[in-house]
Design a protein around this ligand. Structure first.
Ligand code: ADP
Ligand code: ZN
Ligand code: ZN
Length: 828
């Protein structure tokens, strides 16, 4: 039995904490323990058990929460690697790896202490608590809090604050006086997300036991008023049950439902939300067709690698529509037949309903699908299913790379270049790179699939770190679409005005609509107008929290910041000079939809962007509508560009996808090339060939030119050259170090201090650029300065970053204000 254990806690500190293990308690490595930390109790992961007495006095573990590890040896090792590679606190890494936040989250509750009871008692006697510096009002609030807690067993912070209107500071003060204690509570018992359903009692199938009179039937409808009748009829028409939310859409007063419930005609029940089943009809089974020669070869190569039980990395470069998904599914089925496990990672919006339906069709209950729509409790439930071995096929977004499968044989990363694999908060890991490392540690195979691989992966394949497997043709030898470039500067000169939709694009759209074919139009910017400009003083309306302009949303009648979500009223005059000459400039997807409606009043047009898609259902709905021919045209942001396989689309219009080329970001060309190739890939996937009309202001740019020619190799060679010259990845490792603070002075001082430290410290083979104002100088209230580090040696770079963090800590710069982003994807 060990005397001490080292625990990783989810706090922003780069260390583990040693606690004494009380006699009789048996924590396990990789299991959770509950420990006191500052004024709280927190759960953390045990990383080591030992008998080395620490220098300082230790506190005791309160409770060992797990009898067996929640992170097995492999995952524990992977987590330590992530902490080390991305310079992230280990406890925060483990928190990310375990979707048990429902059990793990620091939900805080308060409990009264004996001293608190005494204070309450004294206050009750003398009319005021012991002498204090606080105002009578504050004392009154304290009294209320003690009173509230005295009769209860631990009250959640939100509840307590709601009931007593106590402020944070006052609560903290009471904790310091030891009147109350804060503690962690497990939220695991919080039920899975429930939906309130209205159930029509008369419509239930079971025969009434207490006689027909007790139950309403259609005959009693006579006694209902019009509103009540509407509700009852709506319910009856939907099989007798509907979410209460859905009834709110009806034009009847809210009280009507209550009345009907009281009259016993309707009952309300809580039901767990149904999340795994998709309402979509499965497509033709992915195994009903004969695989192409290239597909067969890919399958064989992957199968062989899996069979060797050694690590192998493969880059599956298959053009859009080449049948990659079918290859994935076939590989995963093989693995399952061998009784082993596989994980399929997909981008945030890549887990389309169609793919989910395919997965269910092929794997039934053996598949666990982890997507962003799950509640914490649902996620935890899936995690436990996987760990019990009930689901050996896992598909999901980023964090599914941590799925606790046993005997892992294969990880597939679909659209491996997608930036949603990078987590933009601590720990700032990249799921594709973690997948490669996990496969290495588990002697498994990793397959990176894409029509447009990242420069990094392409380079690794060239260097033979990955085996390159190609699907060079579309299935059934369908041709790639022809791409026509429209130079929008020339369009401007010829028409004398700024155009959103060029004459050529309008003509092509008209043609398709006449032929009853479908059209997709991409504009990668949501909202109505991205800028509000004052003609008198030239200033724009900026977000009060960020140095970016607010976007006009016409239908929702608001201005919104797309970076922090801040919302304002639509201005009728300039905020700077008061002039009334304010103009809304530029076009977003909302305005594009309106313009297209104007041009093609008969067309049925749908829009897909973050404003119209609130959840998976909206997404599913729009794609279904297009699939079933209920829409003629779909307008949208990059959401329309990826992964969908809709056969009726023969024309893709690109109205705006090259904005990124104007940004100070070395990945701009790569991103633009990828987006253009992806969206072009939506055209001509069915029997009729497709066409793409690509409007651009950068018609000579190589990203545009190579994308138009479907020339992947050409683009990669050119881009690699540029990266080599500029010492950018894949030739150099890079890291972005961001210093942020709500106080400009702090941000300036800290970045200046660290800048001087970087200068003083000699670091051969590492370039340090900065400090400089970040391209977005202010974001979510924080002023931002940054450094960019580049080095061919990752070890050296990480050593320097580690020394920098130590220096920052010595200078008392809060850890949360120094962001280290290794392999940064965005430098903004
Ligand atoms: P990708 O992901 O490479 O863009 P998908 O995997 O979505 O392509 O495949 C495109 C379409 O071709 C899908 O409808 C799929 O069912 C179909 N498909 C895949 N393989 C074949 C094949 N060998 N023969 C016929 N159709 C196929
Ligand atoms: Zn003005
Ligand atoms: Zn903002």
């Amino acid at each position: 039995m060990s005397l001490f254990c080292d625990v990783a806690l989810a706090v922003p500190l780069d260390m583990v904490f040693t606690y004494a293990v009380p006699p009789g308690m048996e924590p396990v490595v990789g299991g959770r323990v509950l420990v006191p930390f500052r004024q709280q109790r927190m759960s953390g992961i045990v990383v080591e058990l030992h008998d080395r007495p620490p220098q300082v006095k230790t506190k005791k573990v309160i409770e060992a929460l797990d009898l067996s590890p929640v992170l097995d040896e492999h995952l524990l090792k992977l987590g330590k690697w992530i902490a080390d590679y991305y310079l992230a606190p280990m406890g925060e890494v483990f928190r990310t790896m375990l979707p048990l936040s429902a059990e793990f989250k620091r939900s805080v509750a308060y409990r009264i202490t004996d001293q608190g009871r005494l204070a309450l008692h004294l206050a009750g006697m003398s009319g005021s608590p012991a002498r204090s510096k606080r105002t009578p009002e504050q004392q009154l609030v304290e009294f209320r809090v003690l009173d509230h807690l005295a009769e209860r067993e631990g009250v959640r912070e939100e509840r307590l604050r709601g009931a007593t209107r106590v402020g944070k500071a006052l609560l903290a003060g009471m904790v310091r006086k030891k009147w109350i204690v804060r503690e962690d509570v497990s939220a695991a018992r919080d039920a899975a997300r429930m939906v309130k359903m209205a159930v029509l009692l008369g419509a239930e199938a079971s025969p009434p036991l207490d006689g027909p009179e007790a139950r309403p039937h259609t005959g009693s409808a006579k006694t209902l008023n019009a509103n009540q009748q509407t509700l009852i009829e709506t319910l009856a028409a939907s099989g007798g049950r509907l979410p209460v939310e859905a009834l709110r859409g009806l034009d009847v007063p809210r009280t009507t439902l209550g009345t009907l419930v009281r009259r016993g005609l309707i009952k309300l029940v809580d039901e767990p939300q149904d999340f795994t089943t998709s309402k979509l009809k499965p497509r033709q089974s992915p195994f009903e067709f004969e695989f192409s020669a290239a597909q067969k070869e890919a399958l064989a190569k992957i199968g062989e690698a899996v069979g060797s039980r050694k690590f192998a990395g493969l880059l599956l470069h298959g053009i859009t529509g080449s049948g990659k998904t079918a290859v994935y599914l076939a590989c995963m089925r093989q693995v399952l037949e061998q009784g082993r496990s596989s994980i399929l990672l997909v981008p945030e919006i890549g887990l389309t309903p169609a793919v989910a339906a395919d997965l269910h069709q092929v794997f039934g209950d053996e598949v666990a699908i982890l997507h962003s729509g799950l509640s914490d409790a649902e996620r935890a439930e899936q995690w436990h299913r996987i760990r019990r071995g009930e689901a050996r096929v896992v598909a999901g977004t980023r964090s599914a790379v941590f799925a606790p499968v046993s005997d892992l044989a294969l990880i597939i990363v679909d659209e491996e270049q997608d930036s949603s694999y990078k987590q933009e908060e601590t720990p700032r890991y990249h799921a594709r790179d973690v997948a490669v490392m996990r496969a290495k540690m588990a002697a498994a195979v990793v397959v990176l699939g894409s029509a447009t691989p990242s420069l990094e992966s392409y380079y690794n394949a060239k260097k033979n770190k990955y085996a390159l497997v190609e699907l060079p043709d579309r299935v059934e030898m369908r041709p790639l679409p022809e791409v026509e470039i429209i130079d929008m500067r020339q369009e401007f000169q010829e028409t004398g005005q700024e155009q959103v939709i060029s004459r050529k694009l309008a003509e092509e759209i008209r043609e398709r609509l006449e032929k009853k074919e479908q059209v997709m139009v991409l504009l990668n910017r949501r909202g109505y107008s991205p800028v509000v400009l004052c003609r008198a003083c030239g200033k724009t309306l900026q977000c009060k929290n960020c140095a970016v302009s607010m976007t006009h949303h016409k239908r929702e009648r608001k201005m919104e910041c797309h970076y922090c979500g801040h919302v304002e009223r639509i201005p009728d005059k300039c905020a700077h000079c008061g002039s009334e000459y304010v103009y809304f400039v530029g076009t977003g997807s909302e305005k594009l939809e309106e313009l297209l409606h104007g041009l093609f009043p008969q067309a049925r047009i749908g829009r897909l962007d973050r404003d119209t898609v609130r959840g998976r259902e909206d997404f599913e709905h729009a794609l279904n509508a297009l699939n079933e021919g209920a829409l003629d045209m779909l307008v949208g942001t990059q959401m329309i560009a990826k992964g969908h396989d809709i056969h009726g689309v023969t024309l893709v219009g690109v109205v705006g996808a090259d904005m990124a080329l104007g940004l100070p970001d070395f990945r701009a060309a790569e991103r633009t090339f990828q987006l253009l190739t992806q969206v072009a890939g939506r055209a001509g996937r069915g029997q009729s060939p497709g066409k793409v009309v690509l409007q651009t202001y950068f018609q000579d740019h190589y990203a545009v030119q190579f994308a138009a020619r479907h020339d992947f190799a050409g683009f990669y060679e050119k881009e690699l050259q540029f990266r080599a010259w500029m010492h950018y990845p894949p030739y150099s490792a890079i890291a972005n170090v961001l210093i942020r603070s709500e106080k400009l002075d702090d941000a300036l001082t800290w970045s200046g201090e660290l800048g001087r430290w970087f200068e003083k410290t000699r670091h051969e083979g590492i370039r340090v650029l900065g400090p400089a104002a970040a391209p977005i100088t202010r974001l979510k209230r924080d002023y931002r300065y940054h450094f960019i580090l580049k080095s061919p040696s990752r070890e050296k770079m990480n050593a320097l970053l580690r020394a920098m963090l130590a220096e920052a800590a010595a200078r008392k710069i809060p850890r949360t204000q120094v962001i280290v982003d290794v392999d940064a994807v965005w430098l903004m």
